[in-house]
Ligand binder design. Structure first.
Ligand code: CMP
Length: 139
């Protein structure tokens, strides 16, 4: 089925001017960027977005990193977009990521891992609604 998923190009990647190279990976994989904006999250907004991780030891570090510099938030659309995006991103820890994936090529560490992608249909819907109104998304 055609799905939509929420993607974030993280501060380690925007800082190194990798937005275009990462978007090329998405587009080459058949994912269409149907919404996109560059924003600088506040610490509170980052904390809210990653609330499910609030009891993890890395939560504070994760939120500070995500609020440290601008990110690019986007909606990717395509056949099986949620799983496809996760394939293109590669494993969370770049040390475990397959050749050719975004995280293998660009990520610096498990924290500074260049991209975020929704992990399931329910979280995708929730995460898209966190950043975008319906009016901002176009086929
Ligand atoms: P993401 O897909 O954005 O969702 C939660 C993030 O937490 C994850 O990517 C990682 O970047 C980050 N993360 C996971 N484990 C660690 C860790 N041990 N230290 C720092 N950050 C982590």
């Amino acid at each position: 089925a055609i799905e939509r998923t929420l993607s974030i190009i993280k501060p380690d990647a925007t800082r190194r001017n990798l937005t275009g190279k990462i978007n090329a990976k998405f587009e080459d994989a058949g994912l269409r960027i149907v919404a996109q904006k560059r924003i600088h999250l506040s610490l509170a907004q980052a904390g809210k977005f990653y609330e499910v991780h609030k009891d993890r030891p890395f939560y504070g570090e994760l939120c500070e990193f995500m609020a440290s510099e601008p990110v690019v938030v986007q909606v990717l659309e395509g056949e099986g977009a949620i799983a496809k995006n996760r394939e293109v991103m590669g494993a969370t820890n770049p040390a475990n990521a397959d050749e050719g994936t975004i995280r293998k090529e660009f990520a610096l560490s498990v924290g500074e891992n260049s991209v975020h992608g929704s992990d399931a249909p329910e979280t995708a819907a929730q995460e898209i609604a966190f950043f975008f109104s319906g009016l901002e998304i176009t086929g």
